[in-house]
Design a protein around this ligand. Structure first.
Ligand code: PHE
Length: 529
């Protein structure tokens, strides 16, 4: 009974897509699953990549467009032409961190649901619709529904973000084109950055110059365009991620029960918080959430290492992934400051006046995706050049490289903060250099992260390991909210100690990674002799 009604709800959402699909495909003389002819290729890649490209582009447009405005809106004054929520930095940054953390954490249950219940294609569709609803709710200028909007975006992104990345891989597997899969992910990464560029520019301008809710509304329009293009071109995906992996009714039933349980639990929690029966500050919530996520990751790694029945060689790879996990979580905790503390630094301490035009604060962030688009091919060529000469740095060296660049970027911020302490505001170049270094770090760590997780994870755990990769982003996100709150608590004065602390923890992590990588290598040579 529970299953029937749950399924029906989603069938209704899905009906429109099926009707279109039927109309279009039947009139074109029918579409066969598994049809692997040349006509399935576009510029040497599976045609379905086009579908995923545009869906992800619009999803990231909406995500980053809204994320850019979030902290500005929450900390914006209660009066004036564009009133915000008037929250303190500590509160707003914590909510921002919880939001980013939840977005990526929900990728894990989103993956289970796709694997066992919906199949990845439908999960992406439902996710896109729910995200669009979330942004629509935020577009309504009522503060009481703010958290509802955020919650919908969180749930929808959980269904979409991981599963769409999985379909990318499946497209190549289905067509026997595994050798091109990395190139496929690179193209996909481009769509992410083109989307976020549009988001920062459009939502940033509308949100700041016209009204916050117009910015959120633009994000909704973007996601709706994504929904329409996904429905229109979904047939190009063929059967990649069409069916769930598991057909076991028992598994499905348990999963539905678990999801309903989780949902009721979350609703009850939200109800208790909103009604004021339980009061917990956003900051305390963020800290507990960070512990929770770390515990989940720790338990998972311990389980994999000790209890998953892995061969010594596989165990060694798990340790390597653990190093990557720690490096990635630390890296994203700095990276996500762009929407948090650095966003406020841009607003309050940076001169954004260009020839009489005050550029929107959010626009400063667009430097990251633009630099990704410019530098990604150069980085790829550079790694290939090194690989040809057998000079390709090992994975751990690259992780450390990413963390090092992040530390360096906050070193630049320390200089900017000390200048701002003397003169009140600084030029935008300081943030631009900071974002450039972070982007180089991203290009060092992020692409190999994804491929390391898909290559190094034990076969039967591949799907879940993908979730683990996003869990690192979740931890990074929530830490970003906590650190961002510390940094902005008393303006410029609190920035220096927090950024210094971050640089120190990056140094500790870098040294630990190098030490452990060395120990793992030793283990390997001992095992192999
Ligand atoms: N810009 C990337 C994205 O939004 C950053 C990221 C990488 C986030 C990996 C999560 C995981 O996809």
């Amino acid at each position: 009974m529970a299953r029937a009604s749950f399924g029906q709800i989603f069938t209704i959402i899905d009906l429109a897509s099926w009707l279109r699909w039927l109309r279009q495909e039947r009139s074109e003389g029918g579409f066969q699953l598994n049809d692997q002819t040349d006509s399935q290729l576009f510029l040497g890649h599976p045609k379905g990549l086009v579908t995923l490209f545009f869906t992800e582009m619009w999803e990231r447009m909406s995500y980053y467009g809204m994320r850019a405005l979030l902290v500005l809106f929450m900390t914006g004054g209660l009066t004036g032409f564009n009133p915000g929520l008037g929250w303190s930095q500590i509160e707003a940054q914590a909510v921002y961190g919880i939001y980013v953390g939840l977005v990526y954490f929900m990728v894990v249950p989103g993956g289970w649901l796709a694997d066992n219940l919906f199949g990845h294609q439908k999960a992406v569709l439902y996710g896109a619709v729910v995200i669009a609803l979330g942004h629509l709710v935020l577009a309504v200028p009522i503060n009481e529904t703010f958290f509802l909007g955020l919650a919908l975006v969180v749930l929808g992104t959980g269904l979409l973000k991981g599963n769409i990345s999985t379909i990318v891989g499946r497209l190549y597997e289905n067509q026997g084109m595994e050798d091109k899969r990395d190139a496929g992910y690179t193209i996909f990464y481009m769509s992410i950055n083109i989307g976020s560029t549009i988001g920062f520019v459009v939502c940033g301008y509308l949100g700041e110059k016209v009204g916050w809710h117009w910015g959120f509304g633009a994000a909704a329009v973007g996601m709706l365009l994504g929904v329409v293009s996904y429905i229109r071109y979904r047939h190009l995906l063929g059967d990649a991620g069409l069916l769930p992996n598991s057909h076991d009714e028992g598994v499905k039933e348990r999963l539905i029960l678990r999801s309903v349980f989780l949902f009721i639990f979350m609703l009850a929690g939200a109800g208790l918080l909103i009604s004021g029966v339980v009061t917990i500050s956003p900051r305390d919530f963020a800290e507990n959430f960070a512990y929770f996520l770390t515990a989940v990751a720790a338990i998972y790694f311990v389980y994999l290492y000790f209890f998953a029945g892995l061969e010594p060689d596989e165990q060694r790879r798990i340790l390597l992934l653990l190093l990557l996990f720690v490096a990635a979580a630390a890296f994203w905790s700095g990276f996500d400051q762009s929407g948090g503390s650095l966003n406020i630094f841009a607003r309050d301490y940076t001169d954004l006046n260009f020839f009489g035009f005050e550029i929107p604060v959010s626009w400063v962030q667009v430097f990251n995706p633009i630099m990704v688009i410019i530098f990604a091919p150069m980085f790829a060529a550079f790694w290939a050049y090194l690989a040809k000469r057998n000079l390709d740095p090992s994975y751990p060296i690259k992780f450390v490289g990413g963390v090092f660049l992040m530390a360096l970027s906050f070193g630049v911020m320390l200089v900017a903060v000390s200048l701002a302490l003397q003169t009140g505001t600084v030029g935008v170049q300081w943030l631009l250099i900071t974002y450039l270094l972070q982007t180089w770090g991203e290009l060092t760590l992020s692409p190999i992260g994804l491929s390391a997780f898909s290559k190094y994870s034990p076969k039967k755990y591949t799907g879940q390991m993908f979730g683990l990769w996003f869990l690192a982003s979740a931890i990074g996100g929530v830490l970003a909210g906590i650190l961002g709150g510390d940094a902005m608590d008393s303006g410029l004065e609190s920035m220096s100690p927090t950024f210094t602390y971050m640089i120190q923890y990056y140094a500790v992590i870098a040294i630990a990674i190098l030490g452990l990588a060395w120990a793992i290598n030793k283990m390997q040579s001992r095992n192999s002799t």
